[in-house]
Every structure is written in C-alpha cells, then in structure tokens.
Design a protein around this ligand. Structure first.
Ligand code: PMV
Length: 339
C-alpha cells in the first residue's frame, strides 16, 4: 500500500485574470487529500464523501479517458466543452482521471484507491486539481514509474482540462509543487517559487465556507468569457496589475498594501460577475473592521479568504455573521508520499 497526499490551494490574488495570461499568486494550504493505493485487477475507488465504493474494469476506465480526450479536442475547436464536462460529472471524474493516467503510463492492470481529506469540495480551493495530482502521483508510485513532479503536474493538467476546458494550469501547479507560487500561463507556463522573496510565514489568514457553488469552475470561466469584452478586459487588467503590486508588497512585508490589493481584487471579481450576495456581505463586513477578503478560485459561492492583523477580531466578526472561520496555514508542502 502506498499513501500519497496533496494540499489544496488558494489564490492570494489573480484568479480568472490568470486565464487571460495575467499572473497569479497561489499558496498551497494546510488542508489535504490523501489516497491509499495498491495494485488490483480492476479499478476500485472508495471515498466516504462521495457515497458507496465503485469498481470498473480497467478497459472501461481507459476507454472513458480516450473518449474524454476526443470530446475535449472537439470542444476546443468549438470553444464549447459541455460534452466533456457532462462525461466527467461526479464520480466519473475519478474514473476518467485514473483511466487517463493508466493510458499515458501504458499500464493494463488496475488500482484500488481509498480517498480521504479535509479540503472543502468544489469550493474554489482546488479539490479537482488536488485529485488530479494525487491520482497521477499514486498510480506512478504503485507501478514504480518514478514520475517526477514536473511529469505528475503535466498529467494533472491534462485531467484538469477534462473538468475545466481551458484551465490556466495554476491550480495543479501549486498543489503539486506546494509553497507560494507566481504563475503565468504561457508557452511554456511560468511557475516560480516565491520562497526566497517571501521567507516568512503568511499569518492571520482565515477561510470561510459560504456554501457550495452551484456552477462548476468550467461553467464560471465560460460565463466570464461570455461577458462584454470591455467589462471583462478592464477587470482582468486591474487584477493583473494588482498581482504585480502584490508581489512587491509581499517582498516588502507591506501588509497594509497587501490588504488593499485583496480588497481591490474582490471588487474586480464582483465586476466579473462571480461573487454572490453572501460573499459581498462578508467581504464588506471584514473591510469595515479594517481587514481584507476575497472569493477564492472560480467563485459563484464557495470559500472566502479573509485577512486581518488581529485574527481574533476577524474570527469574532465572521462568527457574528453566522459563519465558521477555518484557520489555515499558507505555503505548505506540495504532493508527497507519506511514510
Ligand atoms: O475554482 P478553482 O479552485 O477550480 O479555481 C479556478 C481558478 C480560475 O482562475 C478561475 C481558473 C483557472 O483555470 O485558473
């Protein structure tokens, strides 16, 4: 039995704009998905969060992954990924993800995977990216393929495409490599660790679950793409500039500036139509007590990242609003094999 674990992530700043080749700063968070995996004849998945255990013949998983690849390519021509999105709904995501890794690594036998973890599902903190990374790494470990993190990250990016159409690749990169990452989509992508520039711990951050989004990341990214270009472009540019300034603020330990930039990002994400009334109320209340808050990931609900110099004051305000604050460590280790 091999156990592999991987963290979730937050965008400190830059979500959505990163899809349009603006930079983003992402942090791996101290919430993880773990998988215990071993060789079997078929593909077996158990995940208490998702319901009863599932089992598929290896061939069925590999064919489902081939179909996902075909549908993604067709979707890419039409810039409409609804075909592949409906194929990978629910537990089929794991089926296709495992099938894809077996295909790419030329493996014809199965694997049993037991998933556990404490990352809020489908809420902007990277569960799909974390699953993609942990599946790629676990298959590689169980079958002795010895993939390095770059190769694991490449496979995870393929899987993210099935779920999100044209993801930036930022989520899977930070889940895989961990730490605090400067990410820019490109050919190739820029993935820079900010550890040297930001050698201290990012403290006084709290996460708040405002409710699971109804729409998926793929759907929300599409919704932004469908906006009037002038509305979209001004918000995307503003977030891009704020991300450049955030890098400087972090380097200079200018937390006042950092707060202002988080609040600015939230205003621009609202302009992109991905905030919700609950998130707006929370963000405004945190702003009023002198803190900062913004939605995480695709938005449409989900987790909000909050910051205040006085963490107790922040937590009290969050509770007063009827939410439960979740303390979180930022910049943790990426994918790893557990002892
Ligand atoms: O909601 P999440 O955790 O899947 O994050 C999505 C982040 C986006 O910037 C909206 C999309 C992307 O591909 O980077």
């Amino acid at each position: 039995m091999v156990t592999v674990s991987v963290p979730g992530k937050v965008h400190l700043i830059g979500e959505h704009a990163v899809v349009y080749r603006e930079p983003a700063i992402l942090a791996a968070i101290g919430m993880r998905i773990a998988v215990g995996a071993r060789k079997t004849d078929s593909v077996r998945v158990s995940d208490r969060e998702m319901g009863p255990d599932l089992e598929w013949p290896v061939r069925e998983c590999k064919e489902a992954a081939e179909k996902a690849q075909r549908l993604w390519e067709e979707g890419n021509k039409k810039k409409d990924f609804s075909g592949v999105f409906s194929l990978v709904k629910g537990s089929n995501f794991k089926k296709v993800a495992i099938g894809h890794v077996l295909n790419k690594l030329n493996i014809d036998s199965g694997i049993s995977m037991g998933f556990s973890g404490n990352i809020p599902m489908g809420s902007g903190v990277g569960t799909s990216a974390a699953l993609a990374v942990v599946i790629a790494k676990a298959v590689s470990e169980v079958y002795g393929k010895g993939l390095d993190n770059l190769q694991v990250n490449e496979l995870a990016f393929d899987i993210e495409k099935f779920g999100h159409g044209l993801p930036s690749g930022g989520d899977n990169s930070v889940c895989c490599f961990g730490g605090l990452v400067w990410f820019k989509k490109g050919n190739p992508n820029t993935i820079e660790s900010l550890k040297g520039e930001v050698p201290y711990n990012l403290e006084n951050f709290v996460l708040v679950q405002t409710g699971k989004p109804v729409k998926t990341t793929g759907e929300l990214v599409q919704q932004v793409r469908d906006l009037d270009p002038s509305v979209r472009e001004s918000a995307v540019k503003a977030i891009g500039l704020a991300t450049q300034e955030m890098r400087k603020a972090l380097k200079e330990k200018d937390f006042g500036k950092m707060q202002a930039l988080i609040n600015l990002a939230q205003r621009n994400l609202k302009q992109l139509g991905v905030s919700t009334p609950e998130i707006d109320t929370l963000a405004e209340a945190v702003f009023k007590i002198g803190g900062a808050a913004k939605l995480c990931g695709a938005g449409g609900g989900g987790v909000v990242l909050c910051y205040h110099r006085d963490k107790e004051k922040l937590k009290n305000k969050i509770r007063e609003l009827g939410f439960e604050p979740m303390e979180v460590e930022l910049g943790v280790e990426g994918v790893r094999v557990e002892e």
